[in-house]
Design a protein around this ligand. Structure first.
Ligand code: SAM
Length: 287
């Protein structure tokens, strides 16, 4: 693989299952001049696993960013290539890398993403919560009063909320979610892509009971997803579906729809589509 001179590659690595390493990521890491790694020992394991030898590793983390960024920029400006990796997943998302990417952009240097695993998107893709709008919140604050203020600030958000957390602290965070966003649907996506992957779904109160009763659920890493605030449209759609279901049991499709339009005020074409779906599921059509 030929790399572009003077380019910073932002390379995603697996979040557990090494088979999720992309071929492009492997080739970039095998061919760059330097690999800037959050933890060089972690990255060394990864490189060894993929048979990538002679690593040119540079430690890059929150505590040495200020001194390392100028060195990396000098390397890039002299035409060398640099790959940025974190311990797992996509760099910059609750991981180091922001300063070097901003500095490279400010100097007009090329920054190329090499996409792959990202815990937030991985969780969202399988949680069964709305994906059309979401808000990534990263790690919650440490103390309960701070977490409650933090949750209150996003209580009006209608998109799905995505929170990074360690399973060992999930009960404390769930208690605050229960206090501030009590009726919301919550999904705990734990140990994704690993042997003991689990997805738990319920309200925060229900999940507190389940997690407290199972020590395994308090181990490892997890992403917590919290349903956004239900909008008036959502509530109306739920009500329309309820009414239409009742009427469809007694009336032909057209009459059931006309009556539901009168009761709920929802547009006929929207209800017609829903009515067809409900009738099909009643008669067992489709898969
Ligand atoms: N930048 C990484 C990414 O976006 O994938 C995340 C790094 S952040 C320091 C680590 C957090 O990501 C964990 O505390 C957890 O919330 C989440 N995470 C990482 N790997 C995970 C996994 N396999 N299953 C569930 N959550 C995971």
């Amino acid at each position: 693989m030929t790399l572009d001179f003077g380019t910073l590659y932002v390379v995603a690595t697996p979040i557990g299952n090494l088979m999720d390493m992309t071929e492009r990521a492997r080739q970039v890491l095998a061919n760059v001049n330097w690999i800037a790694a959050e933890d060089t020992r972690e990255t060394l394991h990864l490189l060894n696993h993929f048979g990538i030898g002679a690593p040119r590793l540079v430690a890059y983390h929150d505590h040495n960013e200020l001194s390392v960024v100028p060195r990396l920029l000098t390397a890039l400006e002299s035409g060398q290539t640099v790959a940025l990796v974190s311990d797992a997943g996509t760099p910059l998302l609750s991981d180091p890398g922001y300063r070097i990417v901003v500095a490279a952009r400010e100097r007009g240097l090329a920054v190329v993403p090499v996409p792959g695993a990202c815990a937030a998107i991985c969780a969202l893709s399988a949680a069964g919560l709305p994906t059309d709008r979401f808000l990534f919140l990263g790690f919650p604050p440490r103390t309960s009063p701070q977490r409650q203020t933090w949750l209150t600030a996003v209580a009006q958000e209608s998109g799905t909320l995505i929170v990074y957390e360690r399973a060992a602290r999930v009960l404390e965070t769930l208690a605050d979610v229960d206090a501030i966003l009590s009726e919301r649907r919550v999904v705990l996506a734990r140990e994704m892509t690993k042997r003991f992957e689990t997805f738990l779904i319920g309200t925060a109160a229900e999940l507190i009971t389940r997690v407290a009763a199972d020590a395994d659920q308090q181990r490892g890493e997890l992403v917590m997803l919290i349903a956004g605030r239900a909008t008036a449209d959502d509530a109306l759609a739920t009500e329309a579906e309820r009414v239409l279901k009742i009427l469809l049991a007694q009336l032909p499709l057209r009459q059931a729809i006309d009556a539901t339009v009168q009761i709920t005020g929802i547009k006929k074409n929207v209800l017609y589509k829903l009515g067809l779906e409900l009738s099909a599921s009643k008669t067992g059509e489709g898969i």
